[in-house]
Design a protein around this ligand. Sequence first.
Ligand SMILES: Cc1cc2nc3c(=O)[nH]c(=O)nc-3n(C[C@H](O)[C@H](O)[C@H](O)COP(=O)(O)OP(=O)(O)OC[C@H]3O[C@@H](n4cnc5c(N)ncnc54)[C@H](O)[C@@H]3O)c2cc1C
Length: 519
Amino acid sequence: MTSVTTERVVIVGAGLGALYAALTLAPYPVLMISPEILGEGASSAWAQGGVAAAMDDRDTPEDHARDTVLAGAGTVDAHVATAVCDEAREHILNLTTLGTPFDRTDDGGYVMSREAAHSFARVVRVRGDQAGAEIMKALIATVRETPSVQVLEGHLATGLEVVDGRVTGVWVSQSGDERAAPVLVQGAAHLLAGGGSGGLYKLTTNPPRIRGQVIGMAARAGAEIADAEFVQFHPTAIACGEDPAPLATEALRGEGAILINKQGKRFMERLHPDAELAPRDIVARGIYAQTQAGYEPALDTREAIGPEIMTQYPAVAEACLRSGIDPVTQPIPVAAAAHYHMGGIKVDDEGRASLDGLWCCGECASTGLHGANRLASNGLLEALVYARRAATSIMAGLGDAAPAPEVLVETQGSIAAPREDLVADLRQIMTDKVGVVRNGADLKDALARIYLIEFSQPNCDALKNMTATATLIAAAALTRKESRGAHFRSDFPQTNPTGERSVMTLADAMDIRARYAKE
Ligand SMILES: Cc1cc2nc3c(=O)[nH]c(=O)nc-3n(C[C@H](O)[C@H](O)[C@H](O)COP(=O)(O)OP(=O)(O)OC[C@H]3O[C@@H](n4cnc5c(N)ncnc54)[C@H](O)[C@@H]3O)c2cc1C
């Protein structure tokens, strides 16, 4: 079998965006492609802080939108920020109805955390750092009980079929090391919800599956990619040698934890008036500079949080203990790690990509909400808002919902998975040359090396998806000759008076790469 046609809407991915879209589409039949067992391998389940929403009576969506625009450093689309922040409250209420056990106050309100660059404590949470895991648990249980959703576990998408500029199918293969030749699945509509690109970097907080594959496959099909250069580095990944690096949530700094170096000195106070609660990019560069100078930065929660870290932040405490760090008595070693991709597949207000028949939501999409620097905890919010919008837009083009038979994907033959040594090289290059502090020479070198990696295994679509996204990030970073938000160029440290979003196709990025590629 090489192709199968179905009346189901095909959703690529199984994180928050995918699950929420599938539930919105119900009873329209859906086929969800999940590389792992549903719930595993998605960033969504690892989210610690929570979801940003103006739930407190003293807070407003307008203030939330204003903070979002300010954090984004001049390239947030203000109308997108206003609309998304306006919708936030109803999604929190919906998640609550679906069974998410958000922390509540005695009078029935929501317990709110304060995170960097928010003017108000505005992040709903679950048991300190369990928000993502609990939201996913609630949605997965609901999806499992929803007969219209077929979940195809152990499979991934490797490419899109495009006919006359319209996306007509998704190539699907098995996700293990031994991969069968892909089968073309042609659905009623196609929604990409495959997450971001953090795992393209060696030092990252993202799960191993999240390596820009889905952005890359859309780019290879010809879709426009926006803001590719804007990659957010989380300042406080726990530097314990694990890959991926566990996260010490920003809420810890919101509660008063401080950053110190090996001499026990605070260093953020002289870099920004908000010190540890400065915008993420500024804290990330502060940490990076300390690491580069050998000062071994650390997060000190001892005085502000003390023994309560064990019960209030169980995921952080467990990661520390795994590495022999006692967070009650010792500072937690930290490093800046690739965390969130503001850029992605350019979509309109309905989640439509530039190719007909293709919708995208979640971190793989670039909506204009985040600009050059995502405001903390706006990632899950954006996934919720655009999952529902994309699903609604897809439904508008379908007839009445009717049950559809289950899709049987019978793969045959075999193809190679990406070579591990090539993926490791790619990730090292991204961290070393396209990381927290960039410059033209390194970016050109990165493009040349990405080219060599791509052509070391030319028939591997999964690798090409990764190198496509890496090429777009490096080419867009080279093209942006200024520093803005998370994109910092040591050779262009100034910020231009006006900021614009970048839009590029893979063909544009390949043209730039060709100038530096060495055979
Ligand atoms: C450690 C950590 C903490 C975070 N904390 C927060 C927070 O507190 N608040 C917040 O707002 N945001 C947070 N974020 C960001 C947020 O979690 C993500 O932006 C959000 O979960 C993205 O949701 P998604 O559905 O787009 O992608 P994901 O949840 O990453 O799901 C992507 C899905 O696509 C699948 N996939 C990947 N490639 C393929 C392929 N080729 N074919 C098929 N499927 C594929 C994956 O297996 C996965 O199921 C955090 C991120 C991390 C890593």
